[in-house]
Design a binder for this molecule. Structure first.
Ligand code: SAM
Length: 246
């Protein structure tokens, strides 16, 4: 059910996180990868980011995602945009992915899926172990901008400890010996674009699929997500992409 609702609400997203294309383009331009570099993206979503990285640098890589819907979209994107690329796509749980050799990727990424390794700390540990010394690690992670309202935590199923502050997210990387070399922080424009596209796609789906047996559940799920975002999340939760050098 959740995959289905997530698929419906992300119909108009290429990037499934609240970053915008200009900021991501800047990030990609700073990666400065050689053509023989190897890239790993866990939770690739629709595969747009790794596609842009391969289009720009001609690198090889591995992309992983668990959702059957996103895997379908990612495969279609790879076939259309980078058919000649040396890219392996795996539809599997990212937590179970093991590279052939440790410390073998020049760049590892995981944006917006740190639950795979129980949070930001575990994500940094997992990616660090798969990244070459001197390589790059890019993680996308929410952060608290203010103390979260207990009612929001309850409704969203979060603990305060689910996320840290922006500063703490950086410090966790530094404690692993990683050096933060670039960061992108999303603003209200980026967040509003990310979430309001859910509402836009959701409204369209409801109108076009009046006989869907899951419609009532979908409407309730979407209304709850909208309320949570407008009432709390917009002002209390930030989002950043952290680019660390190992
Ligand atoms: C918020 S989206 C981010 C997608 C992509 N990184 C992006 O920023 O466009 C989270 C992604 O994690 C994937 N995912 C969720 N659990 C996963 C798991 N255990 N292993 C691999 N992928 C997972 C979902 O299918 C979804 O594509």
């Amino acid at each position: 059910m959740t995959w289905k609702f997530y698929d419906i609400t992300h119909k108009y997203h290429d990037i499934l996180n609240p970053s915008n294309p200009e900021k991501l383009d800047r990030l990609i331009s700073l990666l400065k990868l050689d053509a023989d570099a190897k890239v790993l993206e866990i939770a690739t979503g629709k595969g747009e980011l790794i596609t842009q990285i391969i289009e720009r640098y001609g690198v090889s890589g591995v992309a992983v995602d668990l959702s059957p819907d996103h895997s379908r979209d990612a495969r279609a994107r790879f076939a259309e945009r980078i058919p000649e690329a040396n890219l392996t796509f795996l539809e599997m749980d990212g937590a179970e992915y093991q590279p052939e050799k440790p410390e073998s990727f020049d760049l590892t990424l995981c944006l917006g899926a740190s639950w795979i390794w129980n949070g930001h700390h575990g994500t940094l540990a997992a990616l660090k172990a798969m990244t070459k010394p001197g390589g790059l690690i890019a993680v996308g992670e929410p952060f608290w901008m203010e103390d979260p309202d207990p009612e929001f935590l309850k409704r969203a199923g979060y603990e305060k400890e689910t996320f840290a502050t922006h500063y703490e997210n950086v410090k966790m990387g530094e404690e692993f010996g990683l050096n933060l070399i670039y960061t992108i922080v999303s603003d209200h424009y980026d967040w509003d674009n990310y979430y309001s596209l859910w509402w836009y796609a959701g409204e369209e789906y409801i109108r076009q699929n009046p006989d869907d047996p899951d419609l009532l559940a979908f409407k309730a799920w979407l209304a709850d997500a909208k309320e949570q975002y407008l009432r709390w999340e917009r002002d209390s939760l930030g989002w950043a992409i952290y680019l660390f050098k190992k």
